[in-house]
Design a binder for this molecule. Structure first.
Ligand SMILES: *Cc1c(COP(=O)(O)O)cnc(C)c1O
Length: 411
């Protein structure tokens, strides 16, 4: 990951700055001795899954950390969302943002629910409550807000819309572990919230997730559902799925949880460094976080505006040529992915902010696998490319860059 002393941008014929590629979402790894100890113990116990002691401990520690009444771990957040949607009784139509990872939409559609895509606020990148209310109709049963980039939704405004129209309110909190709203920790909003502990998230259990809720009845329902509907030996009382977290996953989750405050401190330093170095650059903006709140600083979100001189996609190609795998999250938006596009080809017309953001946002590498020198090098590449935009544009138009094109096209 060491950046070499630069001579020339790679798109202009120089050597790539990073010989080992720099990725977005490289996993944060906690203390491996502690992980190996837990893995050794679980093998000795021969208890690999089915609500074993590590899952119990992980759920308890998460509930304490988040200050929630119930925390139910799952095999991943997608199944968590699937189960939460069913447990709270969503059906018909549910309002969600299109500017999110596609699992938010799939979890509803998998339950036979129609996701109704709503535009986001240009400043916060989360659901615009005014537009949410405009989409409520007689078929609407709920709202699923997404705390995108860990920046919490307008939870109070969405809460009052839900109450006014008697809708269920859930949150996809996949990005928001350890984030607060007015000092209140994410995990306590709506009827339930769903976290992801996928390897790319700030806290990981290899694959994993958790559903938090303050509702005893919903919690009991979810526990049944993720265990194939088994209430007791040989006794199935409802439709279920296998959504359980395994013991090795909980071992990793517990180990990550012990180190998560350190991961966040590192992220915050990288976040500040990106801001310092890109602050004065015309046309680009690093998304800000409210610094009076707790935040995990897990995503560095660059918006490449019209005044930048290069488009987001051009800048991405410049970075990929340097070995910096910046990502176009969440391009092109769920509404332009199948099966949603075919179902409603024109829905983009009511999503102007989503369409603009998905053309302008570029996520830059951060996390414990990225150090200060790497951030400095990434920022220097961006500044240099924008300063020399005419040359860069001409070079990118050259057919010999076809390879970089095709690679960037897969992002
Ligand atoms: C990662 C992610 C998910 C899915 O999480 P998994 O644990 O991978 O299933 C859902 N929603 C958002 C916004 C995500 O980023």
């Amino acid at each position: 990951m060491t950046a070499k002393t630069r001579t020339e941008l790679a798109v202009l014929g120089g050597q790539p700055a990073f010989l080992e590629e720099l990725h977005v979402g490289r996993p944060n790894i906690g203390h491996r001795d502690k992980l190996f100890k837990r893995l050794g113990d679980l093998l000795d116990r021969k208890r690999l899954t089915n609500q074993g002691p590590l899952v119990e401990e992980f759920e308890q520690r998460l509930a304490e950390y988040l200050g929630v009444r119930h925390c139910i771990t799952t095999c991943n957040a997608t199944v968590g969302l699937l189960v939460a949607a069913r447990a709270v009784g969503l059906s018909g139509e549910v309002i969600i943002p299109s500017f999110t990872f596609v699992a938010t939409a799939h979890a509803l559609r998998w339950n036979g629910i129609k996701p109704v895509f709503c535009d986001v606020d240009a400043r916060t990148h989360t659901l615009d409550p005014v537009k949410v209310e405009e989409l409520v109709n007689s078929r609407t049963t709920g709202i699923v807000g997404v705390h995108l980039w860990g920046r919490p939704c307008a939870v109070d405004a969405l809460g009052s819309i839900a109450r006014r129209h008697r809708l269920e309110l859930l949150f996809d909190a996949a990005h928001a572990f350890g984030c607060t709203v007015d000092g209140r920790m994410v995990g306590r909003f709506g009827t339930a919230e769903v976290f992801s502990f996928h390897a790319t998230k700030v806290l990981n259990s290899f694959e994993g997730g958790a559903i938090t809720t303050g509702d005893d009845e919903i919690a009991a329902k979810i526990r049944l559902m993720i265990n194939s509907g088994f209430a007791d030996y040989d006794k199935v009382v409802s439709i279920g799925i296998n959504g359980k977290m395994s013991e090795p996953a909980a071992a990793m989750g517990l180990t990550s949880l012990e180190s998560v405050d350190g991961f966040v401190a590192h992220n915050k330093e990288m976040y500040r460094r990106y801001h310092e170095q890109l602050g004065g650059v015309a046309g680009v903006e690093v998304l800000r976080v409210a610094e009076n709140e707790r935040h995990n600083y897990h995503y560095i979100v660059l918006t490449v505006g019209e005044g930048a001189g290069l488009t987001r996609d051009e800048l991405q190609r410049v970075l990929w040529a340097e070995g910096v795998r910046a990502r176009r999250y969440f391009h092109p938006g769920c509404h332009r992915m199948e099966p949603y596009r075919a179902a409603e080809p024109d829905v983009g017309r009511r999503l102007p902010v989503t369409e603009r953001l998905s053309a302008q946002v570029l996520c830059l590498p951060t996390g414990t696998a990225v150090n200060r020198a790497a951030v400095d090098a990434v920022c220097e590449i961006i500044r240099t490319a924008l300063t020399r935009r005419a040359e860069v544009r001409a070079a990118l138009a050259n057919p010999s860059h076809a390879l970089a094109w095709s690679v960037a096209g897969r992002a």
